[in-house]
Ligand binder design. Structure first.
Ligand code: ATP
Ligand code: MG
Length: 592
């Protein structure tokens, strides 16, 4: 390809709304352009790199025995109602109506479509296992599209769905995908590692995310260098001990704490109740029902764990008004000891009880973090402004409905597996594998006739890779101050030939054309920078776009019978003109 034939609109400066380096480089290197927030056009070079990533994915999916299909982006609303996700995934669904007012959803993923297909087309154990995949455009109404391709409203995803006759079979399919993912990211030149993950609204019971370490990543990963434990913070646990119970639990006692509304204030003079002897009381609305959550004063609630453990789909903190109806007090003095408004006047108590009843909120659930199990001599709010209870023995004084691990792990805690110190780092999620079980096959009645003549539900897994996000993750990981440093495997072109004179009869241009023809004939992807521009501009652009190898053809070295070969990530070499092709091929073979 000749530079002047294609479109590579490089920029000296990135537009102001590009916040992270990879987003800036995507724009500056002329790889993509924004049409609207979270919606991008791929320019020729960006598209070439994207196709490389897609092809690596296809090769590895095929190698793992998956078969390619292509499902529609336009999906009838009814199948989403059948799965229940019209409601649970409603926040991200793009909805459209056709001329006859029928509602459709633009595919954010395709469990519903593939399970409908499986229900119709798979009938016998002889047809199983099967793993279907596609590479296609997905749509998600992200509230905050940002960081370019990282969180877009329209993006390309590879999604795969496996169907097996048994749970063990499903596990084997999962393992195949897990291994394929490991190979895919390595081949893209990415350092990615798997971590245990929450399953979210997709459901299922076993899941890993593939993470690329990056300061700008939107995920936090908890990991242990000693034993290799790694989990998304939304799921991570640690070996931190439970709260120590003290020998004699004294009787509960109310005491005045005027103006105290924070854990911190209570931990100071004159009260001096350490945060780890306080119970933090939070009120949430989970699927329209209030829930009281208790965690230790020095811990943070993990909302994802809360939803996952309790099976809640939609959760949000309760409003101050809702909290008054439930506990008769304002945040800062809340507790779960006295839930019956006994500290209120008879009239006020009556009204509060009545309001609670009208809302159907009488039997509110209290979920407590496991770290509080057995704790006594704790302090908590008395549901009365300016008062707290002390000597609270949680199991004696509070009617806990269920205990769960609800807290967020912090760096420095002991690893739950080996006891060594846990660390936390930020990362980009590029892929996600789930074992789904029969969640969708039940809903769509996707059954098969087994060898024993019984009709059974097939067992599913689903596996996603954000193709466009992966491409940007490569840039986020592979760059320097001058621009992108493409790994050979995903570079838009492997070689850029830069003649410093471009007149057709010049020696540099003639040689450039020869090299171009020879390398292209050998299957190398070459771009020839035939722009009549200053050398500085051409070299800068080649570095910015990040071609793995640049061949410089200048008057001075040509006079010595030499050309300049510059790997993007290594020092320049001067090579005799007649050895140049060989030198380039060698570099490519070494997979520089
Ligand atoms: P996230 O937690 O980042 O929102 P997710 O867990 O909702 O992602 P999945 O449903 O697991 O995403 O989708 C599979 C893959 O698709 C993700 O691992 C990610 O790489 C990619 N992906 C998801 N949402 C987006 C998006 N808005 N823009 C670009 N890629 C995305
Ligand atoms: Mg995910």
């Amino acid at each position: 390809m000749k530079w002047t034939q294609t479109l590579i609109p490089t920029l000296r400066e990135a537009p102001a709304d590009a916040e992270i380096l990879s987003h800036k480089l995507l724009l500056r290197a002329g790889l993509i352009r924004k049409l609207a927030g979270g919606v991008y056009t791929f320019l020729p070079l960006g598209l070439r790199a994207l196709r490389k990533v897609e092809n690596i994915i296809r090769e590895e999916m095929n190698r793992a025995g998956a078969i390619e299909v292509l499902m529609p982006a336009l999906q009838p609303k009814e199948i989403w109602e059948q799965s229940g996700r019209a409601e649970t995934a409603k926040d991200v669904l793009f909805k459209v109506r056709d001329g006859s007012n029928r509602e459709w959803f633009l595919s954010p993923t395709a469990e519903e479509v593939i399970t409908t297909l499986a229900a119709n087309e798979i009938n016998s154990y002889r047809q199983l296992p099967k793993n279907f995949y596609q590479v296609s455009t997905k749509f998600r109404d992200e509230i905050r599209p940002r960081f370019g391709l990282m969180r877009a409203k329209e993006f390309i995803m590879k999604d795969a769905y496996s169907f097996d006759t048994t749970d063990e079979g499903a596990m084997a399919s999962y393992k195949k995908m897990y291994d394929a993912y490991t190979r895919i990211f390595a081949r893209c030149g990415l350092q990615a590692f798997p971590v245990e993950a929450d399953t979210g609204v997709i459901g299922g019971n076993y899941s890993h995310e593939f993470m690329v370490p990056a300061e700008t990543g939107e995920n936090e990963v908890v990991f242990c260098e000693a034993c290799g434990y790694a989990a998304n913070i939304e799921k991570a646990t640690s070996g931190i001990p439970k709260t120590a119970a003290r020998e004699i639990g004294a009787a509960i006692e109310k005491f005045a704490t005027p103006g105290v509304v924070t854990i911190e204030a209570l931990s100071k003079e004159p009260y001096k109740v350490p945060a780890n002897r306080q119970i933090k009381t939070l009120v949430y609305i989970a699927d329209s029902k209030p829930v009281i959550i208790l965690i230790r004063g020095d811990d943070q609630l993990n909302e994802t764990k809360f939803a996952a453990k309790t099976g809640a789909v939609q959760i949000r903190p309760a409003t101050p008004e809702e909290i008054i109806i439930l506990l008769g007090a304002s945040p800062g003095s809340l507790g779960a000891v006295n839930l019956d408004f006994f500290n209120h006047s008879e009239d006020s108590r009556k009204i509060l009880l009545e309001t609670r009843k009208t809302r159907g909120w009488e039997n509110v659930k209290i979920f407590a973090d496991e770290r509080l199990q057995g704790a006594n001599e704790m302090t908590t709010g008395a549901n009365e402004d300016g008062f707290h209870f002390k000597n609270v023995s949680i199991e004696r004084d509070i009617k806990v409905s269920a205990w769960f691990d609800l807290r967020t792990v912090s760096a420095g805690e002991p690893c739950g597996k080996c006891g060594k110190v846990l660390k936390i780092r930020r990362a980009i999620e590029v892929g996600h594998v789930f074992k789904l079980g029969t969640k969708y096959t039940e809903k769509f009645n996707a059954t098969f006739l087994d060898v024993d003549g019984q009709r059974k539900l097939s067992v599913m897994g689903c596996y996603g890779i954000g193709v466009t996000r992966t491409l940007q993750a490569v840039i986020e990981q592979c760059n320097d101050k001058d621009g992108v440093i493409w790994p050979l495997s995903v570079a838009p072109y492997q070689v850029c030939i830069t003649p410093l004179a471009v007149a057709p009869e010049s020696e540099a241009m003639k040689l450039a054309e020869n090299f171009y023809a020879e390398l292209t004939a050998k299957g190398i992807e070459v771009i020839l920078d035939d722009r009549d521009d200053r050398p500085g501009v051409k070299f800068k652009d080649a570095d910015l776009v990040g071609f793995p190898i640049r061949i410089g053809l200048g008057e001075k070295s040509l006079a010595k019978g030499e050309v300049e070969i510059k790997p993007r990530n290594a020092a320049v070499q001067f090579v005799k003109t007649e050895n140049a092709i060989e030198a380039v091929l060698e570099l490519i073979n070494q997979k520089i």
